[in-house]
Design a protein around this ligand. Structure first.
Ligand SMILES: NC(=O)c1ccc[n+]([C@@H]2O[C@H](COP(=O)([O-])OP(=O)(O)OC[C@H]3O[C@@H](n4cnc5c(N)ncnc54)[C@H](OP(=O)(O)O)[C@@H]3O)[C@@H](O)[C@H]2O)c1
Length: 245
């Protein structure tokens, strides 16, 4: 895999789960991290951990990805600090509600705003800088964005959007040398789901679902493609997923 030492990588949703694990895996390989999410205390804690554990710089930037100006500022802060942007990991995401007939406007808009608008804002702001480094955008998709999810059609639709956007974008920016990747997990043991009950890390035991570090490794692999190559889509599923589909 390509060396990422000294690269500057933005991870959204870095305050928890897959985002936090991704930041750790990338820092272990020498990347400088820009950590984005709303919970600033968690970002600061993680930045301290990364800087003391690994020989890297980590910049916490409190960001609500639904606020376009904050996302623009996030990318500007990255380029201001590191003079470059090599990777963007569009990871921030939420799943709320479920039954369409009972879904509130707030639940609907929050999922659309974070999962769809947030990924769009960050990608748009990042592209001019990624052109200069021939960098990579990684989207965290989902099994729910590949197969129907009867339990939460709106969440599923946001992830179908992410995949559709990512693959079409790949066609638009591939000539510029930018790689676009989608990583699709099934259930991962994180705080996902905690807004409305037990988090997945409580619902599933260690032998029942994926650990966030495994998804982080998939992101690292996507960011590590050299030359003309790009990971198009990487499905990392529970091996018993289709037994319970
Ligand atoms: N866990 C799973 O089973 C699973 C499966 C497939 C795909 N995914 C996807 O994986 C990604 C990461 O989820 P996770 O499992 O790691 O869940 P998580 O532990 O709940 O983390 C979600 C992250 O998103 C951030 N976030 C939420 N709203 C935000 C906003 N408005 N602005 C900025 N950041 C925001 C949260 O940070 P703050 O609250 O601090 O802002 C948090 O860091 C999501 O896109 C999710 O859809 C998860």
């Amino acid at each position: 895999m390509e060396d990422i030492e000294g690269d500057a990588v933005v991870v959204t949703g870095a305050s928890s789960g897959i985002g936090g694990a991704t930041a750790r895996v990338l820092a272990a390989d020498g990347a400088n991290l820009v950590l984005a999410a709303r919970r600033e205390d968690r970002l600061e804690e993680l930045a301290d951990e990364l800087e003391s554990e690994y020989d890297v710089q980590a910049l916490p930037v409190s960001t609500d990805v639904t606020e376009r100006e904050q996302v623009d500022d996030l990318v500007e802060a990255t380029v201001g600090e590191f003079g470059r942007l090599d990777g963007l990991v569009n990871n921030a995401g939420v799943g709320l509600g479920g039954e369409v007939a009972e879904l509130t406007d707030e639940e609907y808009h929050t999922m659309m705003d974070v999962n769809v608008d947030g990924a769009f804002y960050a990608t748009r702001a990042a592209l001019p800088h990624l052109r200069e480094t021939e960098g990579t955008v990684v989207f965290i998709g989902s099994f729910a964005g590949q197969y129907p999810r009867p339990g939460n059609p709106v969440y599923a639709a946001t992830k179908w959007y992410v995949r559709g956007f990512a693959h079409s974008l790949a066609g638009q920016v591939g000539d510029d040398g930018i790689a676009v990747s989608v990583v699709n997990p099934t259930e991962v043991r994180t705080e996902f789901g905690s807004e409305q009950g037990d988090a997945f890390e409580e619902q599933y035991g260690p032998d029942e679902a994926t650990e966030p570090e495994a998804i982080a490794d998939a992101v690292r692999f996507s960011l590590g493609q050299a030359g003309t190559d790009a990971v198009n889509e990487l499905d990392l599923y529970r091996r018993d997923k289709f037994s319970h589909f």
